[in-house]
Design a protein around this ligand. Sequence first.
Ligand code: WTA
Length: 648
Amino acid sequence: MADQIIHPKSNLARRAHVASFEQYEQLYAASLRDPRAFWRERAARVDWFHPFERTCRQDFGNAEVAWYLGGKLNAAYNCVDRWLEDRAEQTAIIWVADEPGEYRHISFHELHENVGRLANLLRAHGVRKGDRVCIYLPMIPEAAFAMLACARIGAVHSVVFAGFSAESLRDRIDDADCQVVLTANEGLRGGKVIPLKATVDAAVEGLPVRSVIVKQRTDTPTPMKAGRDYDFDEEMSKQRAFCPVEWMDSEDPLFVLYTSGSTGRPKGQLHTTGGYLVYASYTHELVFDWHRGDVHFCAADVGWITGHSYIVYGPLCNGATTVMFESTPVYPDASRYWQVVDDVQASIFYTAPTALRALIRFGDEPVKQYGRESLRVLGSVGEPINPEVWQWYHDVVGGGRCAVVDTWWQTETGGILISALPGATPCKPGSATFPLPGVRPMLVDEQGTELTGNDVAGNLCITGSWPGQARTILGDHERFRQTYFTTYPGRYFTGDGCRRDADGYYWITGRVDDVVNVSGHRLGTAEVESALVAHDYCAEAAVVACPHEVKGQSIYCYVIPGQGAEGVEPATIEQELVKAVRDAIGGIATPERVQVVPGLPKTRSGKIMRRILRKIAESNYEDLGDITTLAEPAVVEQIVAGHKAGKS
Ligand code: WTA
């Protein structure tokens, strides 16, 4: 069956930055003919204190990439000060509080004052250029102030998603050697209280953290440790609003953001200043077809890369009005997003398929309660979007009038690499469509041979650098090189599988490594396994991804009980181990199920056959493949029996 094609709406095309598919093709061809010239021109969108001398240096063999060499700029200056002249009173941030109807509008002028004060506050607490600062805040404007305040003085922020546990937070604070932590007494999400300060207290115990700055988000008092903990508002009131900006080199670090890979502990992806900023702002304008006056509503959390690039840096660097949403899609009911869209008159809305799948279950009524006339572009990110969900997004949420852009990218890429463009791209629901200008994807087979032409499927690589690319893993460049540049030498390996169909459309098929994507959040199976074996109820563990209707994937754990579990009921072991994972990583990693097993299917050389475990987890018992080569084939039957019993 031929795929259905949804053509760009003519009213969108008329005003779009890229107004037809021919225009896209010309732009794309030009960008590949002379990538350096292409990216040199794009750099003019940013304000440089000192011009750069060379556009790009690239050596994928050594994982060395640098952009806009010799240039000096400041990210906070570009996101804030630059707009004071002609849009000081324009709203920069619309904060949407958890409680419906509660909004706060922050103008560029106010943003400037807050960022300046906070930058001075950080300086007063000893933060200097190059120092790392941990931000563990809920979705409140102070999170954006904090990122920009760091950028202003050349400090490197490390935002940790406020759903991570004390243990995860501790690892990240320790790895980045953060001496100052910004947090809130509590967070509020969907009416639920999240005890952030208590988590920070547990996390920093014994670490050389000098100052913990605490914003009072709620009225609940929190214990403050004298000499270490400070009240945010009180400290802010002591500071003047003016703070000079630090001139940063284009390649000076802007931030570090941790993400999971297939092995070991989360990696601190380091992004630098010039290239990241050019890339985030360019792609924000291009992919969402942003025009001055448009309200940009990205419903992500600043704890993820999507929040960094498309709530804070991209939009603000373009002088946009950006929305920060503290709540959930279903609080107080399933119409919340659409209520916000109408209230703030959002033109652009950006969310993850998992949220859409959760909302579809409530039917069309909650959407139709609101008019949504302001919407023009709808974006999707984080995981493959099912064609039916794409169609619902287009027909129901967008009322058939809006463009839907499925945007593929990663923490490592800094910004979107493959996506439709609202005024230009004929879409196939479920396909991320085509690469953005300047981006060169390549499909390869297991041996690394390029799959040329169309109607091919393989692993997705990118063959040349783009400005938004992460430069290294904090403190471990060799791991960076190994992870991304050695599987297919000379190319950046994304970890994703991908199909290019007969018409050249790209379809991301999901991770080909041991990364699980739960509700659009990346988790490594190795991290979950080490959380399990740290408990004395567990001797050995194997964790696999299992398809899930709403979350996309869920976490399924097989465990062999440890010595401490002797005489303990399997049900208790399972509950305890679920809790152990939550405690070690956070609620987002909560296993769908922990199954106690007598053994794991292993080859004679001791390798766990995850393929078999995946099939069992998805109740696909018939198609387990050849199990005769296993050391103990009988164990498979026992695992299947245990899985069936657990379902009933
Ligand atoms: C997946 C999120 C299909 C992919 C920005 C990638 C997607 C991982 C899409 C990165 C998409 C992201 N279609 N899959 N549109 N967008 N992914 O680092 O597997 O949290 O490798 O960055 O999410 O997740 P990360």
